[in-house]
Design a protein around this ligand. Sequence first.
Ligand SMILES: [Zn+2]
Length: 309
Amino acid sequence: MRVFRSLAAALLLALPAAAWNFTGHRIIAAIAYDRLTPAARAKVDALIQAHPDYATLFTAGAPAEPAARARAAFLYASTWPDVIRGDARFYDETKPEQMPTPVLPGFQNMGRHLTWHYYDIPYAPDGAKTTEQPPPHALSELRRILATIATAPMAEAAYDLPWLEHVEGDVHNPLHATSRFLKSEPKGDAGGNFVYVTPTSNLHAFWDSQAGTDASDAYVNKYANDLTAEYPAPGSLSLNPRRWLQESYRLVRSDVYSFGLATGTLATGTKEQPITLSAGYATRARRIARQRIALAGYRLAAVLNDKFK
Ligand SMILES: [Zn+2]
C-alpha cells in the first residue's frame, strides 16, 4: 500500500498541482483569513512571519503594505506542502532509498510528508478486501497539530501552521478521504488517481480542479466572495477532523463513485477505457466542491479562532 502510494506520489509530482490545486487552497485560505478575530490574526501573522520560508517563498511578489503582505503570506502558506513536493531541500521520507536532506535552520525536519495529505477510509463497493492506512496520515497530523499549535514553541507552531491550513483543506475534498478497493484493484485506487476519466486525466485530478486553475489574487478573491455569498457560514462549525473526513467519505459513497462499476473484467476507469463523466456528474461535482471549499474556509477560521483566543 505504501509503496503503491509512493508510485502515486511520483505520478503526482509530474503534475502541476495535487490535492485541491493551488487555486482551491488559496480560496480556502482567503475565506479563513478574512474571518479571523483580531487576536487570532495577530498570532497567525506572527507564526507565518516566523516560518523559515517567509522572507523568500511566502512573500515573493507580495504587496509591501503590511496587512496585505500578511494576508498574501497566509494564502501562500496554504500551498506550501504542495510546493515542497518539488523542492530539492526536502526528501520523501516514505522512500527508503531517499537519503534525508540536511535539516535547515528553522525547520522541524525536511520530510515531504506525502502521506499527510489524505486519510483513506476504505471503500469497497464489490466487497473486496481493504487495507487501513497506517499513520502518519491526515487525521493523525490534524489531531496532533490541533492539540499542540496553541502551546508549542514558536518554531514548531510556525512549521505546523501551513500544514494545518493545507491538510484541513485537503480533507474536505472527498477523494482525500478514501481509497476505493475492488477485487480487480486490490491495492486501492489511491484516492481516484488510478480511475481514468474524460474529459480530465483521472478522477482525483477532476475533483482537485473544480475551483478552476487561475491562482491570481483577483480570481481567488472574487471566487471567495461569490462562494461565501452563495453559501453563508452555518451557525455551528465542527472543529473535529474526524467529522470533516466522515462527511467527505459520505460524499464518496453518495456521489463521487456514482458512475458505478463497469461491466467486464477490467476495473472501472482504465487507461484504455476511461469513464466518460456525464454533464450531470460534472455539475453535481462542481456544486459539492464549491460547498466543501466554503466549509473548509469557514472551519479553518473557526479552528484558528478557537486556538488563538
Ligand atoms: Zn494536499
